[in-house]
Design a protein. Structure first.
Lengths: 251, 492
């Protein structure tokens, strides 16, 4: 199977460890992973801030880069939801504006074969025990676009429960947004920060060392809040936990 | 606090104040979390919830598509049943019609059933200007009115108040409006309810004119429906000689049978009750039973304009249940007043900028009052995709474009204050269309990483005022990938 890693611009620039973890994990599971060098950004920030027309060329570019792969895997619930949920809407809106079917047709091939990482593991590869080892107490925060957009359900938690040495603590109010929300974090900074503090306090109440999620943009906000509050907890992307083994443990 | 929302600051400023108020935060957190959990239980009991939700969506969409036809049918049915129908294009016209109808009765006071439409048009203020006193009789609206406050929730307008605050308002203000509160009033719910009951009872018995809204209007029969929990609404609907109902034109359902769906979904979504306690229905007038005169004022006030927008029109499906407010993390922290409208929370953030347009500072800021977490869409009993409409309205704010205002097609200009953001978005789009440029930027960031501060000056404080910045890694992923061929040449 020819699988492309769609890492996302945020991970590529700020969280290369997550990318390396995905490559390590998938390779261990026998998947031949490629990283198309021309990939950039899915256009989510543009779309969600009201610049749909600026997002269109980025979506076309995404489709050009990824359309020939059998599967496209991304370690980001929100960027995955952008492709799966919102690319079809980009096409519909262009049609409604009298610009024909061109955009919808250009984007159609990548929509059904884009998977968020935990979806790809559970649904496509059919594994929940990925042979990982991570001897820490962890709490899991389901990020909004993964939870309500893609409907990841209990897939991430099933994967985490199968990790050796990992103790999973239930996060109170888990389904509540952490307050990141892309440009919301700066446009409504006060509310965003208050939501972040509440999320960190809920996470601390579990007694876990690590807050895990499947989206680094949310973790950037939660982690930045943890560090500002002097919390003892740290944010870790789920890929890094699943990639960790007894031979090569992640910290 | 003034009763009007004119001159409200934009949402972020108003929300910042609210976030700093610990009493408000505590009141809202307690109330929203309680009702949120109750609603989830009440909805979870029904195995066919998804079907009911879809049925509600379809009935509303069908009605909106044929609204012209159903409105005319409703007018015929109401008229045939002995009522009189009035048409109001906007708030001013509706207020004028109601004021004249009250004046014609010779009365100078009216009792009111809790109604969003009359709040939307600021009817109480218009009546006051004409020397007519309007008494709110819903318990929470009474608290708001006595406290010279504004409502902060659709269903629970005094949600921002706790029992102690309510006791103080009753003890201080009731005597100004009629029967004073008992001297030994405590803050127990039973005591507060009894004080309100005694205060309101004399108004019910004296009133000659009642004013209401309606949750539903049935086109085929001309029946209006009010759904409430206290019975105070029923007092106003049955005791006075004249009843005036002001109702938004989107409140129609085609047939009596359609109520079956909404009378299941509305109570469970709003108060988390299986069945609504007081459901009042009336069809025109009936001899020797209830009001002798019935007037229906059909209110447009921006609804037809909203209907012209293919993405935004789904907001008109709303049955005002408030489930979206109760699950919204932004509402929970910002409170209802920050939304600058009688419609707060997620539904308000898509309704106000459509009904009023995006011309004012507050209305242009409302589409951004959301992290797009999607909790509102998940609980909406008529499946309004609120995040979709929010993003659509953001586009209207930054790009402008075609819209309908007062029935005329207009081309909106982009809102002011977005020039820097627009330039940044364009620059980012350019860089993302040129992978080489993106890579150069990433490398520059990585090489200068030791110089990066953990906090930012100026506008960057919006991020780093509360959160540390992430550390930039020594190299972006793509450099590692290229250097090691995806780790095949070793990790270093």
């Amino acid at each position: 199977m020819r699988v492309a890693l769609f890492l996302t611009c945020v991970n590529d620039t700020l969280y290369p460890d997550t990318g390396r973890a995905v490559v390590k994990l998938l390779t261990r599971l026998g998947v031949d992973v490629d990283f198309p060098m021309d990939q950039t950004c899915c256009g989510q920030a543009h779309y969600n801030t009201g610049y749909r027309h600026e997002a269109e060329p980025l979506a076309r570019h995404f489709s050009d880069v990824f359309r020939d792969y059998e599967a496209i895997v991304t370690p980001s619930g929100s960027c995955g939801a952008m492709v799966r949920e919102l690319y079809p809407r980009l096409g519909e809106r262009a049609r409604a504006e009298g610009r024909g079917d061109g955009l919808a047709r250009a984007l159609a091939p990548v929509v059904p074969k884009t998977y968020e990482l935990t979806e790809f593991l559970v649904d496509v590869l059919g594994v929940t025990d990925v042979g990982a080892y991570y001897p820490h107490k962890v709490t899991y925060h389901p990020t909004c676009h993964g939870l309500r957009g893609l409907g990841l359900g209990d897939r991430p938690r099933r994967l985490l429960k199968a990790v050796q040495g990992l103790e999973l603590a239930e996060l109170p109010g888990a389904a509540e947004c952490c307050g990141f929300g892309g440009t919301f974090a700066v446009k409504n900074a006060a509310v965003s920060a208050a939501m972040g503090v509440d999320k960190v306090r809920d996470a601390e109440a579990t007694g876990a060392e690590v807050l895990c999620a499947a989206d680094n943009s949310c973790l950037m906000h939660i982690g930045g809040t943890m560090s500002r509050l002097g919390s003892g907890m740290r944010p870790v992307h789920i890929a890094e936990i699943l990639a960790s083994t007894e031979e090569e443990p992640a910290v | 606090m003034s009763a009007t929302f004119v001159g409200m600051p934009a949402f972020p400023e108003a929300a910042r104040e609210a976030v700093r108020n610990p009493t408000l935060r505590g009141n809202l957190r307690h109330a929203t979390h309680t009702i949120r959990a109750k609603r989830a239980r009440a909805v979870g009991e029904l195995s066919d919830w998804a079907g009911l939700r879809e049925a509600g969506r379809r009935i509303k969409d069908h009605t909106l598509r044929h609204l012209d036809r159903y409105l005319e049918q409703l007018e015929e049915s109401v008229t045939a049943a002995g009522g009189t129908v009035h048409w109001a294009a906007d708030a001013e016209e509706a207020n004028r019609i109601v004021t004249e109808l009250v004046r014609a009765t010779g009365e100078s006071e009216v009792v009111k059933v809790k109604s969003m439409a009359t709040q939307e048009i600021e009817l109480n203020e218009a009546l006051a200007a004409a020397g007519i006193r309007a008494y709110e009789t819903d318990l929470a609206e009474l608290i708001v009115q006595l406290g010279k406050d504004r409502p902060s929730h659709i269903l629970v307008p005094a949600i921002h108040r706790n029992r102690g605050e309510i006791r103080d308002i009753f003890a201080r203000e009731m005597r100004e409006w009629g029967r004073p509160a008992p001297e030994d009033l405590t803050d127990t719910p039973a005591d507060l309810a009894e004080a309100a009951r005694l205060h309101l009872r004399e108004k019910f018995l004296r009133a000659k004119v009642g004013i209401s809204g309606a949750n539903f209007m049935v086109a085929e029969t001309g029946t209006l429906v009010v759904v409430e929990s206290e019975g105070n609404g029923r007092m106003c609907l049955t005791l006075p000689e004249t009843l005036i109902s002001v109702v938004g034109i989107e409140k129609i359902v085609p047939t009596w049978r359609d109520l079956e769906v909404f009378l299941q979904t509305l109570p469970r979504s709003s108060t988390a009750e299986r069945m609504n306690p007081y459901t009042s229905m009336w069809t025109g007038t009936t001899d020797e039973d209830g009001p002798r005169a019935f007037h229906l004022v059909l209110l447009d006030n921006g609804r037809t304009d909203t209907l012209a927008d293919t993405v935004g029109r789904q907001a008109l499906r709303c049955i005002r249940c408030s489930a979206c407010l109760n699950v919204c993390p932004v509402y929970e922290r910002a409170g209802g007043h920050a939304y600058g409208s009688v419609y707060p929370g997620p539904i308000g953030a898509i309704l106000s900028p459509q009904l009023r347009g995006t011309g004012s500072e507050i209305d242009a800021s409302l589409p951004y009052a959301s992290s797009l977490c999607g909790a509102c869409y998940e609980v909406c009993p008529v499946a309004i995709d609120i995040p979709e409409v929010l993003v659509h309205l953001r586009e209207r704010v930054v790009e402008g474009g075609p819209a309908v205002r007062r029935g005329n097609k207009v081309l909106l200009k982009p809102a002011k204050g977005h020039a820097a953001e627009r330039a940044a978005m364009r620059a980012a789009r350019w860089a993302f269309a040129h992978p080489g440029a993106l890579r150069a930027g990433q490398r520059l960031a990585s090489r200068t990483r030791r110089l990066h501060p953990r906090t930012l000056p100026g506008p960057g404080r919006a991020w780093s005022g509360a959160r540390d910045l992430p550390a930039v890694p020594p190299e972006p992923f793509r450099d590692w990938w290229q250097r090691t061929r995806g780790g095949k040449d070793g990790d270093r």
